[in-house]
Design a binder for this molecule. Structure first.
Ligand code: AVI
Length: 320
C-alpha cells in the first residue's frame, strides 16, 4: 500500500534482505547451529508474535501495558512533553498509544525491521493522533543504524518496549544501548521495558504455551528460509524447544531436528543429526540492579524504575 497520508513519511533503509543468505548459511555452519531472532519477523512471524502477546501464559505484554497505563504521566514528566519520540521495534505500536497520549510528542519515529507491519501501524496511528508527524523508518537497529532525524531536533526521547533488549547477548545489548545513547545525545532519555527474573515455571510456561503459538512462531523461521532462500526444510521434522537456563538467566529457544537429515539451502547441503538444535533465541531476564549496571556501562544514568505489584516486569527511565 503506497504512502498517501501526508502526516506519515517512510524511509526504507532496506534491512536484512541483502544479508539473509549469508546470515543463514553462516549461522548454520557454526557448531552449535544458530540463527538470529531478528529473522523471526517476516509478515507471518510478526502476526504470530502479536498472537503471542495475547496468550494467557505470556505475561510480559499485558504487564508492561499495565505499568505504562498506571505510570504514564510520571513517565511523561521524566521524558518531557512535545518532543521527538523514537520507538525501537515498534511492531504493531500498541504500547505507544498509551505513551503518545501522555507525551503528546510533535514527531514520532517508529523503527522496525518488518516493513508491512511498520506501515500498517503508522497509518493506524495517524488516524488516532491527528496532528502527529510520523516518520517511519524500516531499519535493523541490531547494528549501526540511521534515522530520519533533522539536525536541529534536540531533547530526543526513545522508547524500547517489550524487553526486546533481552533478545541480545549482554555484550551486544551494551553495544546497542551505547548506539542509542549516541543517537539521543547528552540529556536524551530512554524508556525501556525489561523482563525480570522470576519463578522458572512461570517463565517456561510463557515460552511453551498450550496453544502452540510460540512453537509456530519458532518454526515459521524455517518456512521463511524455505521461501526466501529456496530451501527445503521439512518443518514437521523439527520441533520447538524452550527452557530457562538459570546459570545465565535466560530463556533459550531452539529448533530440534527429529531425525538425521540434510537440508538444501541456497545451493548448499546442511546436515542435521537427530536431536541437534538450531539455537534461535535468547531472552535474558534481569534483576533491576543488574540491568541498571548494564545501562551504566553503556553510558546511561538510571533515573527511575517502575514495576507491577508482582515484580514481573520493569520499565526504566535512563538518561544520557
Ligand atoms: C520480542 N521478544 C522480547 C520476545 C521475548 O519474549 O523474548 C520474543 C518471543 N519469543 C518467544 N516468545 C516471545
Amino acid at each position: 500500500e503506497p504512502t498517501q497520508d501526508a502526516r506519515v513519511s517512510f524511509c526504507d533503509y532496506h534491512p536484512t534482505i541483502a544479508d539473509l543468505r549469508e546470515e543463514v548459511l553462516q549461522g548454520l555452519s557454526q557448531s552449535p547451529k544458530r540463527l538470529s531472532p531478528k529473522l523471526f519477523y517476516d509478515r507471518r512471524g510478526s502476526q504470530l508474535f502479536d498472537a503471542i502477546t495475547e496468550l494467557p501464559e505470556y505475561y510480559p505484554t499485558r504487564t508492561e501495558i499495565g505499568i505504562l497505563e498506571t505510570h504514564g504521566e510520571a513517565m511523561a514528566d521524566r521524558l518531557g512533553r512535545e518532543n521527538v519520540l523514537i520507538e525501537l521495534g515498534s511492531g504493531s505500536s500498541l504500547k505507544i498509544q498509551t505513551l503518545l497520549a501522555a507525551l503528546r510528542p510533535h514527531v514520532y519515529v517508529p523503527v522496525d525491521i518488518s516493513k508491512d507491519h511498520l506501515l500498517a501501524s503508522a497509518h493506524a496511528l495517524a488516524e488516532r493522533f491527528p496532528g502527529l508527524m510520523i516518520l517511519a523508518a524500516c531499519a535493523d537497529y541490531s547494528g549501526p543504524f540511521k534515522l530520519p532525524l533533522e539536525p536541529g531536533w534536540s531533547q530526543l526521547a526513545a522508547f524500547f518496549p517489550g524487553s526486546s533488549i533481552g533478545n541480545f547477548e549482554p555484550q551486544e545489548a551494551r553495544g546497542l544501548l551505547r548506539r542509542v545513547a549516541g543517537v539521543l545525545g547528552e540529556g536524551g532519555r530512554l524508556l525501556i521495558g525489561v523482563d525480570l527474573r522470576k519463578d522458572p515455571s512461570l517463565l517456561s510456561a510463557a515460552y511453551n504455551d498450550a496453544q502452540g503459538v510460540t512453537a509456530a512462531f519458532n518454526l515459521n523461521l524455517l518456512t521463511r528460509i524455505n521461501r526466501e532462500l529456496e530451501a527445503d526444510f521439512d518443518t514437521s521434522a523439527f520441533r520447538h524447544k524452550a527452557f530457562f537456563n538459570a546459570e545465565v538467566s535466560r530463556i533459550e529457544m531452539h529448533l530440534e531436528s527429529l531425525c538425521d537429515q540434510s537440508v538444501r539451502i541456497a545451493g548448499r547441503e546442511i546436515p542435521f543429526k537427530q536431536g541437534e538444535t538450531i539455537h534461535t533465541e535468547c531472552s535474558y531476564k534481569y534483576s533491576i540492579a543488574d540491568f541498571q549496571a548494564l545501562a551504566r556501562d553503556a553510558g546511561f544514568e538510571a533515573e527511575e524504575v517502575w514495576t507491577d505489584s508482582e515484580q514481573l516486569f520493569s520499565v526504566h527511565c535512563l538518561r544520557v
